[in-house]
Structure formats: C-alpha cells, structure tokens
Design a protein around this ligand. Structure first.
Ligand SMILES: [Mg+2]
Length: 244
C-alpha cells in the first residue's frame, strides 16, 4: 500500500508502464465531496490524465453510496457517470464485502480486453473499506493464483513485454490510500485508521509482493518551506527560568 494526499500525486503513466491497466476508484472524499456528483475542481487534470492513461472502460467507480441500494433507481450513479465520464459499479453489498469484490471482477472480466486483479490499482480514502478491499483481493488472488487463471492470460504473458518478474510481483491490486479530506467526515474513524496503519507499518515486515518500490508511482512535489516552529512548553519554561 502507498499513501498520498490526493490523486494529483499519482503518476498514472508510471503505473501503466509497470503493467497496471485499470483502476477502481472510491468516490466520496476521493474524487467528489461526500454525497456530491461532481469532481472536486482541483482534480480536473489528474482525473483526465488517469482516464486518458488507462483508457475508456478501464476505470471504474466503486462507491458505498452511488451504485448501492441507497441510490434508488440508480439516479446518482447516472449523474456521477455523466460528470466523471466513467461507469459506476452497481453492487448489492458495501465495500469491502466479498460480493462487492465479485462484482468488480465480473466487470473487469467482461470488458473487451479483460483486466486481472494484479493489473488493477484501488484508490480510496478509507482504510477499512478501500484498502481492506484491495488486501482481500490480493489474498484471494494469491490463493487462486495458477488455478483460476485461464489459458488466455498465460498466452498473453508469454507474448507480451511483461516478463516473469512481473508475474512474480504482487498477486493482487495495488492499494493507494488518499489521506487528504475534501470535506470533514468521520474524523474520529480516520484518526483511528491512521494510528492503526502507523502501528502496522512499525511492526510488520513487508511480504515479498510489497517489496515493489511504490515511490516510482508518485510525482515529486516541491517540499514547502518549514513553517515557523512554535517553542515547546519546556523551551518556554527554560527561557523564563534563565531570564528569572
Ligand atoms: Mg471515500
């Protein structure tokens, strides 16, 4: 997993070059404000670059609002598709359920040039839904690997530029966690998610699939100048004592 402020830091071209051919995007607080249908204006260029890079039909929105039973008559999905220019997945149960994963796989296997789990990136702002979804796909893909893969894919890999090293890479989607929040929502849960991720990062060693250097998929951002540092309480006390 890699984490970004928002999708502007993602280098979609590098992802494509590395063999990723499709993307699953969360909607609320990742692309739009919560429960709104239009793209956050600041993301216009990045979103265009994503769609141009992966191509029509290869970018899918999987939301826990639009496309669920909460979206009566699919009105919101239609509006989101209209504004964002990509399809919204209809699914019966919320992310990260296994039935939602099945619906994602059904979609990507039904397009003209099917996309497999390990060729997907999953982008979202919530650990307990978006990142867990990607991890569940990885775990399932890992166990299904070599069994469920059809002859088609073997043939494709034998003739494509992607060599065996790529096949030895991650067995499921790459999760990209966007940590910026466009409109404050569920802040306590976000805080818990952040601490959990920090704890996991501190105590776990990456598995073989995660040794991939994800920094090559990020755009370099100019580092802002350090804000003036506030003196700590201890420093203030010391200076007072000295003066006194
Ligand atoms: Mg979200």
């Amino acid at each position: 997993m890699t984490s970004q402020e928002d999708i502007r830091q993602i280098d979609f071209l590098s992802l494509k070059k590395a063999g990723y051919r499709g993307a699953v995007f969360d909607k609320d607080n990742c692309l739009t404000l919560p429960h709104r249908d239009v793209l956050v204006p600041e993301l216009q260029d990045a979103w265009k670059s994503c769609r141009d890079t992966f191509g029509e039909g290869n970018v899918l929105i999987v939301s826990n609002s639009a496309g669920t039973y909460l979206d009566a008559g699919g009105i919101q999905s239609e509006s989101v598709t209209h504004h964002l220019g990509v399809p919204v997945l209809f699914h019966k149960s919320f992310k990260p359920s296994y039935s939602c994963i099945t619906a994602i796989r059904t979609y990507f296997s039904s397009i003209p040039d099917p996309i497999y789990d390990h060729e997907l990136v999953v982008v979202g702002d919530r650990v307990f839904t978006d990142v867990v979804l990607a991890n569940r796909m990885r775990m399932q893909s890992g166990s299904r690997r070599g069994l469920a893969r059809g002859v088609d894919e073997k043939e494709r890999f034998s003739t494509s530029e992607i060599g065996p090293q790529q096949l030895m890479g991650p067995s499921g989607p790459l999760a990209i966690w966007t940590t910026g929040v466009w409109e404050k929502e569920s802040m306590l849960m976000r805080c818990l998610e952040r601490s959990l991720v920090k704890a996991v990062e501190r105590w776990s060693t990456p598995s073989s699939g995660e040794l991939l250097d994800v920094n090559r998929f990020l755009k370099e951002e100019p580092t802002p100048a350090d804000p003036p540092r506030k003196a700590s309480v201890l420093e203030l006390l010391i200076s007072r004592l000295r003066r006194g």
